[in-house]
Design a protein around this ligand. Structure first.
Ligand code: ADP
Length: 504
């Protein structure tokens, strides 16, 4: 994720949020839909028009306190603490079914609030969230320990039965971003609920609507009160109160590397557990033996999917010199063909960026790139003058050290860079503070394996990009994060291992 601060968030620090009205959407605390104790609210905008679409409660520290207390009570003494693993799994399955039943509504909410094409939310965001809940439901009954044949030298002749059991880590604070609002909520809630934790979830202030609707389905599915609490609010207020809260056992965060470091500092006070999924500047490498008919559209979708607002976007495109011109021209042609427009129109392929702040940030990168000598083969500017649209952009003449090459842009902007030597391109690919994802396009299986091993990234795609599955762990090396979400590995983020040793 990117690093700039939004005007909305700065405003949150300097002036109080607007007063809540009868239409302000409440948040979910202890099974009740409530307004913020301070009475504040904030608008969420349609990024295609810049106009407000809803008003949401502006939760602050006092609201987070209530939510944490509810989650603590639910974890320690509520009905949730007595549910069997199988019952937890069944609740998650019910939630997945409800989400499926309401797929169209969720796709519409995501498109309206985030700006993404409705058709994409319909086939990607919502189905992936449904799958994730189903996958994690299956794990609820399969979280178990092991036994150990121990031999204790200072207890000769004594016999022991030693084993481990996995227990929920406890009350979890989860802070999520705006690029895949529902899916990020699912990645966080699924494993936490499968393992028996309770949660205070804070959606991004730019895109709170799908999480609030999900809260209604969580109730309808039958999760007991207090198990999932959803507090809407700004990062510096609600988010900071949650990250530093002494009443939570763990904080799980997805967002910018800059805020990730703030989270770690806040959690350090009482050494609560932390998992982080942060930024990226992912290298996408096309070798001289690649099948260009798949590599060229693959490189285009690697950067342009979700308008480049993916932490794993293939934003550094390394192409063997032999194919450089053909590939960059192909990716530029694909960029020019992309239909940019409001997410709700059926022929839209790329919607607006999520906010005015993001628009300014991406345009700032484009200016800086051009000033440093980069040349746009496609795009390079804003699209239209209403809403937050940017043209899909392909930059050539880029050099190591340029801001556009080194930093995460979080927009539809790819830097294309030629190479000749495989070792050199792997070294260049790894020469970045991030290590979230990478890809290589080749028809040689041996080179595919060798390069996949050499790349310092949490995910390496070969001859594909942006392939996600609930079973496959996702997370980052280096400054891209701590821990892995999804897959069996996600369970370790939400469990403690207890060793029990019984003298027989
Ligand atoms: P972006 O800049 O793209 O909004 P952020 O990393 O700032 O990305 O935001 C990701 C999530 O982190 C959002 O839910 C946001 O409200 C939250 N957040 C932002 N600042 C803080 C903070 N200081 N403490 C806790 N959470 C924060």
């Amino acid at each position: 994720m990117k690093t700039a601060k939004s005007p909305a968030k700065s405003a949150a620090k300097s002036k109080p949020a607007a007063k809540a009205s009868a239409k302000t959407r409440p948040m979910l605390i202890n099974g009740k839909w409530v307004q913020a104790l301070g009475g504040g609210s904030f608008p969420t905008f349609n990024p295609a028009t810049g106009l407000p679409i809803a008003n949401v409660a502006a939760g602050e520290k006092a609201d987070v306190d209530l939510a944490v207390a509810a989650a603590r009570a639910a974890f320690e003494t509520g009905p949730w603490s007595r549910l069997t693993a199988s019952e937890r799994g069944r609740l998650l399955l019910r939630l997945a079914d409800l989400l499926e039943k309401n797929l169209e509504e969720f796709a519409t909410l995501e498109s309206l609030d985030n700006g993404k094409p409705l058709g994409v939310a319909r086939v990607a965001d919502v189905p992936l969230a449904i799958d994730l809940f189903r996958y994690m439901a299956g794990w609820a009954t399969k979280i178990h320990g092991r036994t150990f044949p121990i031999s204790v030298p200072y207890a000769p002749g004594a016999r022991f039965h030693a084993f481990t059991q996995r227990e929920p880590v406890g009350v979890v604070g989860q802070i999520i971003p705006w690029n895949f609002p529902l899916l990020m909520a699912a990645w966080k809630l699924g494993p936490a609920l499968a393992t028996g934790c309770t949660v205070v979830l804070k959606p991004a202030e730019q895109t709170p609507l799908s999480a609030l609707r999900l809260g209604e389905l969580i109730q309808e599915a039958g999760f007991p009160d207090g198990v999932v609490n959803i507090v809407t609010g700004y990062g510096e207020t609600a988010g900071a109160a949650l990250a530093g809260h002494p009443g939570i056992d763990k904080v799980a965060f997805t967002g910018s590397t800059e805020v990730g470091k703030i989270i770690v500092r806040a959690a350090a006070n009482d050494l609560k557990k932390v998992s982080l999924e942060l930024g990226g500047k992912s290298p996408n490498i096309i070798l001289d033996d690649a099948d260009l008919a798949t590599a060229i559209p693959g490189a285009a979708s690697a950067i342009f999917f979700n308008h480049g607002q993916c932490c794993c976007a293939g934003s550094r495109l390394y192409v063997h010199k032999k194919h450089f011109d053909k590939v960059v021209e192909g990716v530029a042609a694909a960029a020019k063909k992309i239909k940019v427009g409001p997410g709700h129109l059926p022929d839209t392929e790329m919607g607006p960026l999520v906010s005015e702040e993001q628009l300014a940030r991406v345009l700032g990168f484009l200016e800086s790139g051009k000033a440093q000598g980069a040349k746009p083969l496609a795009g390079g500017t804003r699209a239209g003058d209403k809403g937050y649209f940017v043209q899909p952009t392909v930059l050539v003449n880029t050099k190591p050290g340029m801001k556009v090459v080194e930093e995460e842009i979080f927009g539809p902007v790819v830097c294309a860079i030629p190479f000749t030597d495989v070792d050199e391109v792997v070294a260049a690919a790894n020469n970045n503070i991030y290590g979230l994802a990478a890809a290589v396009w080749t028809t040689n299986v041996s080179r595919a394996h060798t390069i996949a091993s050499a790349l310092r990234a949490g995910t390496v795609w070969v001859n594909c990009y942006n392939i996600f599955d609930a079973a496959l762990p996702f997370g980052g090396y280096k400054q891209s994060g701590w821990g892995r979400e999804m897959g069996e590995e996600a369970l370790s983020l939400y469990t403690e291992t207890k060793a029990v040793c019984i003298r027989l």
